[in-house]
Design a protein around this ligand. Structure first.
Ligand code: EPU
Length: 338
């Protein structure tokens, strides 16, 4: 379907009232293939938009937006200890997590309630509560926007990192993800090392996939503002990753600094803590504010513009740099600022 001059309010979780010149949706992969074979994309006035849960539009988008709506979750192969499933890019992420947990397939439970669509999950390698989606992805199927050809990217082709993948770099803007293949386990080994996850699960009795999902949902609901009620895009910044020796030096000056070992061999700091120490938690400038629940989240209390949110984020960034010498990197993708 093609829509002209369409509002993007329901396509961005900041709830910004902005418009796009054109929005094209595809339910079927073959229709998208046909479209891109004849309308190969070459210029920059084009973007792919999933659930819009990690984006900040500074203004209207003058170009074409492609929105995947491919559905279908299929069991491709089932062996004694693992199962391979495929899932259309247009499925709501948490619906997939719910289904896999209900079937007793392990791997996605810690990623419960993350907003957005399945197709966006590999792009920024979504992660929460000690898990990252990269550990379950076998391959990603996508259409080349230049010529409509289909390609499958293996896990290593995706070059996953912390909130990062090749889809944010060399593959950016060139592929429409249509389907993801996951390898999940039928003998779940729960990952309960994050925070008080283990204690909380034990309180519920059995350590089961369903209980992990429950605890993660509770934690998210109590710590993160609901984008359905207050516009936001989750963490606005990434947690900074620094060397072990830099972290030791910082600890001398800030003994309470929370530090976490990073799976990639460095130290991860809590950006939320740094922002809170600078006095930003709960602060508001007009309708743009820093969440009072989690300082890493910037919220739209109603009528903030993309520019209001961006300007506030730059002020936060500046004060964290002045206090700690740490340059916060955005997790949210800003559209309209180069
Ligand atoms: N903290 C504060 N003040 C705050 C927020 C956090 O002091 O306002 C400190 C606390 O010391 C806490 C530590 O930061 O111990 C970690 O906080 P939390 O467990 O809430 O996690 P986070 O590091 O702030 C990351 C992800 C979230 C994910 C949670 C849980 C990033 C950028 N964010 O946040 O992901 O839900 O862990 O795993 O990695 C998202 O990406 O949108 C997102 C919400």
């Amino acid at each position: 379907m093609i829509f002209e001059n369409i509002s993007l309010k329901r396509f961005n979780t900041f709830g910004l009232s902005i418009k796009a010149d054109r929005l094209i949706t595809f339910k079927l992969e073959e229709n998208a293939v046909r479209y891109f074979r004849t309308h190969g994309v070459t210029d920059g006035d084009f973007m792919i938009l999933g659930g819009g849960s990690n984006l900040l539009f500074i203004g209207d988008f003058h170009g074409t937006i492609v929105h995947p709506e491919m559905e279908g979750v299929f069991v491709e192969e089932k062996k004694e200890d693992y199962v391979k499933i495929s899932c259309g890019a247009g499925i709501v992420w948490d619906k997939l997590v719910e289904q896999t947990v209900n079937y007793g397939f392990g791997g996605l439970e810690n990623l419960s309630l993350i907003p957005g669509l399945v197709g966006a999950a590999p792009v920024q390698n979504i992660g929460a509560y000690g898990a990252e989606v990269k550990d379950t992805i076998e391959k990603v199927r996508a259409i080349c926007l230049k010529d409509g050809s289909l390609r499958e990217f293996s896990n290593s082709d995706c070059r996953f990192g912390y909130r990062d993948s090749a889809f944010k770099h060399e593959l950016k803007g060139n592929y429409l993800i249509t389907k993801i293949y996951f390898r999940l386990t039928t003998r779940p080994k729960l990952s309960l090392e994050y925070g008080s996850l283990k204690e909380e699960v034990n309180k519920l009795g059995a350590s089961s996939l369903g209980n992990v999902r429950k605890i993660v949902i509770n934690a998210r609901q109590s710590k993160l503002p609901d984008p359905g009620l207050t516009g936001n895009a989750g963490s606005f910044f990434k947690n900074p990753v620094i060397s072990i020796s830099d972290a030791e030096n910082m600890k001398k000056k800030y003994p309470k600094l929370p530090t976490f070992e990073d799976p990639y061999g460095s130290i991860k700091l809590a950006a939320g803590w740094l922002i809170e120490q600078c006095g930003w938690k709960g602060k508001r400038k007009g309708d743009a504010g820093i969440s009072e629940k989690q300082a890493l989240v910037i919220v739209n209390y109603g009528n903030a513009t993309g520019k209001d949110i961006f300007d506030l984020s730059e002020e936060v960034k500046k004060s964290v740099f002045e206090e700690f010498g740490i340059n916060l990197e955005r997790e949210v993708e800003v559209i309209g600022i180069t």
